[in-house]
Design a protein around this ligand. Structure first.
Ligand code: GLC
Length: 463
C-alpha cells in the first residue's frame, strides 16, 4: 500500500515537476524526479553497480588512512545518557524536544577538535550530521529542527568542522540516519515500540525520501568534498519489508560527488551502490558484538567502528570509563591486521569539548603512531592476524609483526613466504631467526620498558 502510493506519487512528480526557487534546487529536483521515474520502471534489485574510476581511486585512498575518529554528537548529549535516550529511557517527547532550545555548546571549537584528531594520528573523521532523533547538526532549509534554527547557538557546526577539515586536509565523512523519530512522514518501525513514548504512524515514505534526498543534496553541495556517507537505520524495518529505495538514493549521492564513498550499517552482505563495508564493534569475520556477520567479508575497503568508552556512542555520564592508550593501540593493530580501518568513536560533551580522559588516550595513541605509523598507514592485512601474541600488517615485501603479548624468548610464525631479514622496527637492530620449511622462529629480545608493543620488521619474498 505504502509502496504503491510511493510509486504513483513518483510518477506524478516525474511528470509535473515542482516549482523551486533557485537554479540549484531546480537541478537537484530534476535529478530527483529522474531517479523517482527510474524507480517506477526499474526494479531496484537487479541493477549492477559499476563504480567510476574516480570512485575506485577514492576507495584506495580511503583504505590507506587506516584510522578515523567517529563522533556522535547532538543535543542528546545534554542529559548525558547516550544518543538513544529519547527511546530507551522512555522520556516525554515534548520535554526532550524542549532541550534543543537550551543547546549552547559554548566551548565548541572546530580547530581544537581537528588539532586533537591529528595529534591522535587520525586521517579522517565521521560525524553524525543527523542521528535517529532527526535533529540536523547543520543548517538545512528543509527543516527548522536543526542546529541553526532550533538552538540559541545558531552556528552551523558542520560548516565550521567542514571548513577546518578542508583547511587542514583532513578527511570528512558524514553519518546520516535513515531512521527519524521526529518527522511525521517517517514510517515508524521497530524502534517506536511499547517501551517508549513515540507515536506510531504510517508516515508517507515518498515525502520522507524526498526530504532525505534534499538534505543529502545539501550536504553534498554546501560542505565541499565529502569523503563518504555512513548510513544507519535499516534495523528499524528489519521485521517488515519496507523498500527504502536505496539504489536511487545512492546513485544520487554518486552523481553529486563521484568520490563520495557509501557505506550502510546493515550487518549484511554488500548491496548495490556501496563502496566500503562496515563492521560494528567487530573485526571483519568475527561476531562478538552479536550483530551477526551474515555478509562475510567483501573485497571492498573495510571499516570497523569501536567505542573509546564501553557501552555508548553518545556522551553518557555513566559510561566514562575510557580505554587506555595501550588498549587503543592493540585495537588499531588488530584492526589493521585484518585489513580494516579503525573508526574510533568519541562522544563530545554538551559544552562542545571532548572529555579529557578520551583526549588523553587519543594523545597516547598518537605518540605511538608518531613512531610506528609506517607499520599501520597504507598497509594491507598481514599474513597472520588475531594471534595470541598479536597481529601482522603488510606493505609489499615488508611484513610488520606487532607483538602485543610477548610470548617469552621464541616466536614461531607459520608463513608461506621466505624471510630475508628481520630487525626491530624502532632502531633497526637485527633480530635473529631460523627459517624453517613452513615458517620462521624469531628469537625475541626482552620487552622494552614502557613500550606496549614490540614491532619487528621482516623483509620477505613477496607472495
Ligand atoms: C547503532 C546505533 C546507533 C549508532 C551506530 C554506530 O546502529 O543504533 O546509535 O549510531 O550503531 O555504529
Amino acid at each position: 500500500m505504502r509502496i504503491s502510493k510511493f510509486l504513483s506519487r513518483s510518477i506524478v512528480l516525474a511528470v509535473i515537476g515542482l516549482i523551486t526557487t533557485t537554479a540549484n534546487a531546480q537541478n537537484a529536483e530534476a535529478n530527483l524526479q529522474a531517479l523517482f521515474a527510474k524507480s517506477a520502471t526499474e526494479s531496484s534489485g537487479n541493477r549492477e553497480y559499476v563504480p567510476t574510476e574516480e570512485n575506485l581511486q577514492a576507495r584506495k585512498e580511503f583504505e590507506q588512512k587506516r584510522f578515523g575518529i567517529f563522533i556522535h554528537w547532538g543535543y542528546y548529549s545534554m542529559p548525558g545518557q547516550g544518543e538513544w535516550v529519547l527511546t530507551r529511557s522512555n522520556v516525554p517527547v515534548d520535554e526532550y524536544l524542549a532541550l534543543a532550545s537550551a543547546f549552547y555548546p559554548s566551548k565548541f571549537n572546530a580547530k581544537e577538535w581537528i588539532d586533537l584528531f591529528k595529534e591522535a594520528g587520525a586521517k579522517y573523521m565521521c560525524i553524525t550530521s543527523r542521528h535517529h532523533d532527526g535533529f540536523s547538526m547543520f543548517d538545512s532549509k528543509y527543516t527548522d529542527y536543526d542546529i541553526v534554527d532550533a538552538t540559541p547557538f545558531k552556528r552551523d557546526i558542520l560548516k565550521e568542522l567542514a571548513d577546518e577539515c578542508h583547511k587542514q586536509d583532513f578527511g570528512l565523512n558524514l553519518y546520516y540516519s535513515h531512521v527519524d523519530w521526529y518527522r511525521d512522514d517517517y514510517p515508524t518501525g521497530w524502534s517506536a515500540n511499547e517501551y517508549n513514548n513515540l507515536k506510531k504512524h504510517e508516515g508517507d515514505y515518498a515525502s520522507y525520501y524526498k526530504f532525505m534526498n534534499n538534505q543529502l543534496t545539501e550536504l553534498l553541495t554546501n560542505y565541499g568534498k565529502i569523503g563518504g556517507i555512513w548510513f544507519d537505520g535499516v534495523f528499524d524495518h528489519r521485521r517488515d519489508s519496507m523498500d527504502w529505495h536505496f539504489p536511487e538514493q545512492f546513485d544520487m549521492v554518486h552523481k553529486l560527488q563521484p568520490t563520495c564513498l557509501i557505506a550502510n550499517n546493515h550487518h549484511r552482505a554488500i548491496q548495490y551502490g556501496e563502496d566500503f563495508q562496515i563492521f560494528e564493534r567487530d573485526l571483519p569475520g568475527e561476531n562478538k558484538s552479536g550483530f551477526g556477520n551474515a555478509g562475510g567479508v567483501s573485497e571492498l575497503p573495510l571499516e570497523t567502528c569501536q567505542q573509546i568508552v564501553n557501552g555508548s556512542w553518545g556522551y553518557h555520564l555513566n559510561k566514562m570509563d575510557c580505554k587506555s592508550p595501550a588498549e587503543l593501540i592493540g585495537m588499531l593493530i588488530s584492526t589493521a591486521g585484518k585489513g580494516a580501518n579503525l573508526l574510533l568513536n568519541i562522544g563530545p560533551r554538551p559544552n562542545g569539548t571532548i572529555p579529557e580522559p578520551a583526549a588523553e588516550s587519543l594523545r597516547g595513541l598518537g605518540k605511538w603512531l608518531d613512531k610506528y605509523g609506517e607499520t599501520i598507514y597504507g598497509t594491507k592485512a598481514g599474513d597472520l592476524s588475531g594471534q595470541s601474541w598479536g597481529s601482522t600488517t603488510r606493505k609489499s615485501d615488508k611484513l610488520y609483526v606487532h607483538i602485543t603479548n610477548h610470548p617469552g624468548k621464541d616466536l614461531y610464525m607459520p608463513l608461506d613466504c621466505k624471510v630475508k631479514s628481520a630487525k626491530m622496527f624502532i632502531d633497526g637492530s637485527p633480530v635473529k631467526f631460523d627459517q624453517w620449511k613452513h615458517g620462521i622462529q624469531l628469537q625475541l629480545p626482552d620487552p622494552a620498558d614502557g613500550e606496549p608493543v614490540m614491532v619487528i620488521e621482516l623483509t620477505t619474498t613477496t607472495k
